[in-house]
Design a protein around this ligand. Structure first.
Ligand code: HGY
Ligand code: MN
Ligand code: MN
Length: 412
């Protein structure tokens, strides 16, 4: 399928989308259901309408822009990604999969392609864990792997529940209704930046993802005894931050001990209370991210880390509450769809590499209800989740052409 991608329009739209941000450029900050997110959603719905797509939004704000096929009762082909962005991040993470898919659809329309199966472009709500501590809320609910009780249970830092926040953003209705019926999608494809260095380093145009690593998230609350930084003598202290520091290092050790390069662990959030230079930390909140392509190996890290927590609690006389936020299974991409992506790369004359995705994506959860595969494009220096995240228009357009080719094949 020979399609012409309007590279200038795509680059312009990516830049416009980056402008919906709570912080100064070049960083992008677009937390779910904040003003920039809601404004960006409204702007995108205008683009969907311009492409003649029928738009619906579900109770959690997942947005479906549908190109109706001439056999609309058949299981659909899904594509898409997310537009929410962590604080001070880049402009390509997620957005390439939304605007790139829209461009693929418009290119197919211009080429006179008529889909037999409807093609549905999704914008998933809250792929990033920033606001509610759990990533992929929209795709988890679509897949039925997150119960509707999460609407009250999940709270942001201000104590607002997901239900309160989504209602204020204009998304009402029961979360139970978000789950898609079995067989809704015949296949699902997500275009995304690699968020790693391999494609650029090996000078390969595209990555065809075969596996998506399994993430687990923990939240720890470490309670010690506060006090005056000058008055309390060292032997009498129960310093919560020193316990937290010990646990952050213990987490690193637990990950390195598997001796597998696919095991990674990060202590990404550390909040110290009361947060005064002359006051001994009485409480520290940590948020921890552990991933691996191997489920069992990842869970062995969690087990060893729990033992380290018990040791530190005893030695430092602090109390440690641990909340397991999520421990998800990895995803194996569907071999038939992986092959279609490989054939599309070949048809478009693009080199490709089979890759494991170390980042998680909405496709991880869509894979629970549909055959999925992902297509990666290179990003400069492998950098992501930073203002200097960059993918060239040429690389993005390569991905869009291959995505269009694969969508056409799946929707025929
Ligand atoms: O953290 C991730 O893997 C994704 O970027 N949310
Ligand atoms: Mn991300
Ligand atoms: Mn992403």
């Amino acid at each position: 399928m020979n399609v012409r991608v309007n590279e200038e329009r795509l680059a312009r739209e990516l830049d416009t989308l980056a402008g919906f941000s709570a912080g100064p450029s070049p960083g992008v900050t677009r937390i779910v259901f904040t003003r920039p997110d809601i404004q960006a959603r409204g702007w995108l719905k205008g683009l969907y309408a311009g492409a003649g797509l029928a738009v619906r939004e579900d109770a959690v704000g997942n947005t479906f822009a549908t190109w109706q096929g001439f056999e609309p009762l058949l299981a659909r082909i899904g594509t898409g990604s997310h537009i929410d962005a962590i604080p001070n991040s880049g402009q390509y993470d997620g957005t390439v999969g939304v605007l790139g898919a829209l461009e693929a659809i418009r290119a197919l329309q211009s080429a006179g392609f008529r889909p037999r199966r409807s093609i549905e472009l999704l914008l998933f709500t809250s792929e990033e864990p920033t606001r509610f501590g759990l990533g992929c809320l929209g795709s988890r609910l679509l897949a039925g792997t997150l119960d509707a009780g999460a609407g009250e249970r999940l709270r942001d830092r201000g104590g607002k529940s997901l239900n309160e926040v989504r209602a204020a953003a204009g998304f009402a209705g029961e979360l139970d209704a978000v789950k898609l019926p079995p067989g809704y999608y015949h296949g699902f494809l997500e275009l995304h930046i690699e968020q790693g260095p391999r494609l650029e380093r090996e000078k390969v145009s595209l990555g065809v993802v075969t596996h998506i690593a399994a993430p687990a998230g923990l939240r720890l609350s470490i309670e010690g005894t506060g006090g005056h930084a000058g008055a309390v003598l060292m032997p009498e202290r129960r310093d919560a931050f020193l316990a937290a520091a010990e646990l952050a290092l213990a987490l690193e050790t637990c990950a390195l001990e598997t001796r597998a390069i696919d095991t990674v662990a990060t202590t990404g959030v550390c909040e110290v209370f009361p947060g005064a230079v002359n006051s001994i930390p009485s409480c520290v909140k940590l948020e921890i991210d552990v991933r691996d392509t191997d489920w069992e190996r990842r869970d062995s890290v969690l087990r060893r880390f729990a033992e380290a927590c018990a040791r530190t609690a005893a030695q430092r006389k602090v109390s440690i509450q641990t909340e397991l936020l999520n421990s998800d299974a990895p995803a194996v991409c569907d071999p038939a769809i992986v092959d279609i992506l490989k054939q599309a790369c070949e048809a478009q004359g693009q080199s490709y590499l089979p890759l494991v995705s170390r980042a998680y994506h909405d496709s991880l959860f869509v894979s629970r209800i549909a055959p999925v595969a992902m297509l990666f494009i290179p990003c400069k220096g492998g950098v992501s989740h930073r203002p200097d995240e960059f993918s060239s228009t040429r690389d993005i357009a390569n991905g869009v052409r291959v995505l269009a080719h694969a969508l056409a094949q799946l929707a025929s």
